[in-house]
Design a protein around this ligand. Sequence first.
Ligand SMILES: Cc1ncc(COP(=O)(O)O)c(C=O)c1O
Length: 361
Amino acid sequence: MASVFRPAIDQMAGYVPGEQPQEAGWVKLNTNENPYPPSPRVAEAIRRTAEGRLNVYPDPDATGFRRAAAALHGVDPDWILPANGSDENLTIIMRSFCDAGQQIGYPYPSYVLYESLAQIQGVQVHRLGLGADWLWDPAEAAQLRRQLRIFFVPNPNSPTGTLWSTEQLLQLLPDQGVLVLDQAYADFAESPQTAALLQDSRFDGRLVMTRTFSKSYSLAGIRFGYCIAQPALIHGMRKVKDSYNCDAVAIAAATAALQDQQWMLDNRNRILQTRARLAAALPQLGFHVHRSEANFLWTTHSGVSHRTIYERLKQQRVLVRYMRFPGAAEAGTELDGLRITIGTDSEIDRLLQVLPQSVRP
Ligand SMILES: Cc1ncc(COP(=O)(O)O)c(C=O)c1O
């Protein structure tokens, strides 16, 4: 039978998310979830919502959430656009600002979902190669920004946890398009960019920040994220979203989580302590570790193949992320490596217990 799909869909491979084993007993350090539970206020908010009016549609504007997020970031509610996870916001952004045949860019290696979203829409992708020091060439960026409708940049980046400065980010603002600062891991960084940057005239009102509840707020299971941008951009993006893109339970859960900043910060600080401990232990087993400002570490080993280490760990029911970035080696960057999410102290103890046998020659 001839394909009934658009050629763009036939030609693309599709994004492959990290493994999500559904049975218990795994030490799961592969998809950058938070190992700690969300604020107890979240369960209470979900219970109240479930006992309320689930027979009617949710607030299409998530008004209560927008007010709470606006207060946190020091902006007005019309600067906030909630979505079903950051990934939905990235989709809304792609559909809002880029037509088929136009071009987007992103640093490489980083979050390859941007590329999948572009392929779905028949959009051309430019990878801005990162060198061995995880920096791009400013001259190459200057060339690229002339042609792009959107530049996506995760800050901190994945897989390394590198945080780029505002001056560096300015090099990426497309001449006639938007710069998307994907702040999925910003709560783990020392001094991440804040919403004040949206009013910095050097960005010309064409900056969009995306945030998620999946990482620092321990709510990956709920699916909730939001954009912050100047109202003119939010106004246009609202036309693109589904009417009821966030369900009532998710809105209530995210609002409760956002309003318990202390809970989030306590977990964040615990994760940073554990990250320091793991970063100190890995070199003793022959690993090279990158400095990270996120809830994971990127690590490479010169003695044993990364895939072998990943498989040996998996046999012990310890799941880390084996990542391979074809083409990245040309830019002087490692072609593959292991990204390890920071778990609880006992999960990291278990990892350190099984790692020595996983790196034997
Ligand atoms: C850089 C980056 N952006 C966005 C996301 C997705 O966030 P969400 O769970 O809110 O869709 C991830 C998830 O791993 C990520 O690494």
